[in-house]
Design a protein around this ligand. Structure first.
Ligand SMILES: [Zn+2]
Length: 117
């Protein structure tokens, strides 16, 4: 694959990684002991009304699912960056052929080609 293109996609991946980490930092802390590498901040209960507490719990559950999807995207990006380093970037994990350039441009962390998607 074209080296210049890989460099371009790498920048895109790094940029997206930075964005994702910024969003995560807004409500979670880095924690190497958890599987996803991040832990959402637990909301403080200040002994308020029951209704407010269940709102808080719901809010926290939303954060956890948001955290999980951000972590997944982050993982995909890190894997793609690893592949750039090892020279395996842009190869479909399913059929072993090169992933379409257009697909990589819209989705640089793609692991499979359009046919295997
Ligand atoms: Zn494929």
């Amino acid at each position: 694959m074209d080296k210049k293109l890989i460099e371009e996609l790498k920048l895109k991946l790094l940029e997206e990684k930075k964005d994702l980490e910024k969003i995560l930092k807004g409500f979670a802390k880095k924690d190497p002991h958890t599987p996803g590498g991040w832990r959402a901040n637990v909301p403080k209960y200040d002994g308020g009304h029951m209704e407010e507490e269940s709102d808080e719990v719901e809010h926290y559950q939303n954060l956890l699912s948001q955290e999980a999807s951000l972590e997944n995207r982050l993982k995909e990006i890190e894997e793609a960056l690893d592949k750039i380093q090892t020279g395996k970037y842009g190869i479909c994990e399913n059929c072993g052929k090169e992933i379409e350039i257009g697909r990589l441009k819209t989705y640089p962390a793609a692991k499979t080609c359009l046919r295997c998607k």
